[in-house]
Design a binder for this molecule. Structure first.
Ligand code: ZN
Length: 116
């Protein structure tokens, strides 16, 4: 049964529920809601098993630290500029990484749960 879903990237940005498409998937920027406020889909039970979140965060942080070191070596920016820039980058990338990862996982679980 092939249903049309919004693209994962759009779903991750807007936090779209896999069942009804309402913007109810996230309660906080990187925190999934317990259930969809619109259709009552139990998001918490779909998230179960998706416990690699810590690994994803660590990998992202590692990549960012390496990137920061490379840029530092290359441009030699003033320290305050580095801190400001990488502080924002890290927070943004970690939040988006988690959102993207959680959305992928929930959509995958939702599709599995739809199989007979
Ligand atoms: Zn819903």
């Amino acid at each position: 049964m092939a249903r049309t879903h919004p693209s994962i990237i759009r779903a991750a940005f807007a936090g779209l529920c896999p069942r009804c498409g309402a913007r109810t998937l996230f309660a906080a920027p990187a925190e999934l809601a317990h259930e969809c406020a619109n259709c009552g889909l139990n998001i918490l039970s779909l998230e179960r098993g998706g416990r690699f979140v810590g690994v994803v965060t660590m990998l992202l942080a590692l990549v960012l630290i390496l990137a920061a070191l490379a840029v530092d070596e290359w441009l030699r920016p003033p320290l305050w500029a580095s801190l400001l820039f990488w502080g924002h980058m890290t927070v943004g990338a970690v939040i988006f990484g988690l959102r993207f990862y959680k959305t992928m996982w929930v959509y995958h679980q939702y599709e599995e749960s739809q199989q007979p």
